[in-house]
Structure formats: C-alpha cells, structure tokens
Design a binder for this molecule. Structure first.
Ligand code: C2E
Ligand code: MG
Ligand code: MG
Ligand code: MG
Length: 275
C-alpha cells in the first residue's frame, strides 16, 4: 500500500471491485490507517417535522476524507468494514463524534446514528454508548440509534441485552430502510422501537406505483397505531412532501430539505430554523 502511494497511483476501492484478496487487504489497511489519521468525518442531514416544519433531528452520515480520492461515501467502505470487523472501532468513533457534536445544538434536536448489527451483537456495547453519553454530557433521550431489519432479525441474547440496557437509559431506536429487508411485523411488537424510517425507494416510486403508495400508507398507519414516529426518507420534491403529509407521516428527510452537510453547516441550518 505504501508502495502504491509512492507511485502516486490512485485506485478506486469498492467492495464489489475488491475482488482479489490483495485489494481487500489493501483497503482494510487503509481503513485502519484512516482511523488513526482521523480521516473520517460526519455529515449531518436534518429530519423535519411535517406539521411544524421544525428541524427535530439530524442523521450522522460518515464520510472518508481520503488524501487522494477526496470525499468517499460510506457505500464504498462500510460493507468491507463490517466484513473485517473494523465497523466496531469505526462505529465507536461515530458514536463519540456524533454525541460530542450534538451537545452544541439546541436541546430539542436529537442525533441519529447508524449502528451495524455487529456492534449490537458485541458485549458491552450498551455500556460503551452510555459511557460516551456521560462523558459528552448528552442526555440519552437525544440519541437515536438506527438499526436495520437484519440487526433485529439476529435477535441473539447480546443484541437484546444491549437494546434493553440502552432503552432503559432512555436511548431511542429507529428501524432504518423499513420495507427493504425481512419485514416481519412481529419485531415491531417484540422490540422497543420508537421510529420507523420508510425506505427511500417507496417514496421514489409512489407517484407512479399504486403499490408503493399503498405500502407508505399501510406503514404510516401501522406506525401511528403502535405509537411510533414515522419518517419518509429520500424526499426530493414538494409533491413527495405533500404525499408524505397526506399519508399522515410525521417527519421527512431528503434533499428537498437539505443534503447531508458538515457540522458547521448543520449548526447554521439550525440557527435559521423557526424552532
Ligand atoms: P441510510 O442510513 O439509509 O442513510 C440515508 C442515505 O440516503 C444517505 O446516504 C443519504 O445521503 C441518502 N439520502 C438522503 N436523502 C436523500 C434524497 O433525497 N435522495 C437521495 N438519492 N439520497 C438521499 P449516504 O450518506 O451515502 O449513506 C448510505 C448508507 O451508509 C446509510 O444509509 C447507512 O446505511 C450507511 N452509513 C452511513 N453512515 C454510517 C455509519 O456511521 N455507520 C454505519 N454502520 N453505516 C453508515
Ligand atoms: Mg440511517
Ligand atoms: Mg435509511
Ligand atoms: Mg437507505
């Protein structure tokens, strides 16, 4: 890897392309170095309450500020980080950074952090998050952890213990990308979930597909009946916002409101917010 840097060679890393064992080892080494060299950064994307138009939360989204390749999106490196276990130290950093950043925002704004099923399956994850909250001084109620359906599917003892421990302390949970995984409705009852984030694909399709619209409608109704907050992700147009409002969805997130922006950009969005 050092050798390829000497030659100034720029390689495009992608898990799909990292087909050779060597390329994967190179990327893994680079990811380890990126942590030590503090090359990761968090961008924040606002979630807005439809009724009040206020920013109520921000989702932390990781980026890799690579010295040669510029800003690398998570889809390029998170899957491999999960495969080789590096998601654990990376994920710990994300929690620490997001909690620290959120202390600078008004009290009513929650920070949402994506958590991999691997993190949830680790003994001591709950304690680690709670320690981070106490060190940064962020109230547990201001942290929301986003899990995917697959994380809930792997309902091993440690995952359940971590969930219970965090939940007991007041940390909130959201199901991310709802409708794209094994959408077993049973875990909506079995797990203490506060929020359902309806996957972007449904809103993208809703204007042309009656099925997609029906799914948004059903999930919004289900979430509301179960006392959960519902969110539509990936709202890009006024029409899509109207659609979400019409279906009784509580919050929206998407490029129409704002793209993910660095922390200072998010802080200035918040300072201009009516909330
Ligand atoms: P996600 O958690 O579902 O995050 C939402 C993704 O949708 C983000 O992509 C966001 O930029 C994008 N998005 C938001 N609004 C719109 C829109 O209106 N249109 C379109 N086309 N896209 C929109 P991003 O930042 O590239 O992240 C992709 C995925 O990477 C995330 O999906 C999440 O699964 C994962 N990820 C990001 N940060 C982390 C992290 O810190 N830890 C873990 N484990 N995964 C992360
Ligand atoms: Mg998410
Ligand atoms: Mg999502
Ligand atoms: Mg998604």
């Amino acid at each position: 890897c050092a050798k390829s840097e000497d030659r100034g060679e720029v390689r495009v890393f992608d898990v799909a392309m990292a087909d050779s064992a060597q390329m994967r080892r190179d990327l893994e080494l680079e990811l380890r170095q990126a942590l030590v060299r503090s090359e990761f950064e968090l961008h924040y994307q606002p979630l807005v309450e439809i009724d009040t138009k206020r920013i109520v939360a921000a989702e932390a989204l990781i980026r890799w500020r690579h010295p040669e390749r510029g800003l690398v999106p998570p889809a390029t490196f998170i899957p491999l980080a999960e495969e080789v276990g590096l998601i654990v130290p990376i994920g710990d950093w994300v929690v620490r950074q997001a909690c620290a950043d959120a202390t600078r925002w008004p009290d009513h704004i929650v920070v949402a952090v994506n958590v991999s099923s691997l993190q949830m399956r680790r003994k001591g994850f709950a304690e680690l998050v709670l320690r981070t909250l106490s060190v940064t001084g962020l109230p547990p109620e201001r942290l929301e952890l986003e899990l995917t359906e697959s994380a809930l599917l792997e309902d091993d003892d440690t995952t359940l213990r971590n969930l219970a421990g965090l939940r007991e302390a007041g940390v909130r949970f959201a199901i991310d990308d709802f409708g794209t995984g094994y959408a077993s409705l049973s875990y909506l009852r079995r797990f203490p979930i506060d929020k359902i984030k309806i996957d972007r694909s449904f809103v993208t399709d809703a204007e042309t597909s009656a099925d997609a619209l029906a799914i948004i409608r059903a999930v919004a109704g289900l979430g509301t009946s179960l006392g959960m907050t519902t969110v539509v992700e990936g709202v890009e147009t006024e029409q899509q916002l109207d659609l979400a409002r019409g279906e009784g969805v509580d919050q929206v997130q998407g490029y129409l409101i704002s793209r993910p922006v660095p922390e200072d950009g998010f802080s200035s969005l918040v300072s201009k917010d009516p909330g």
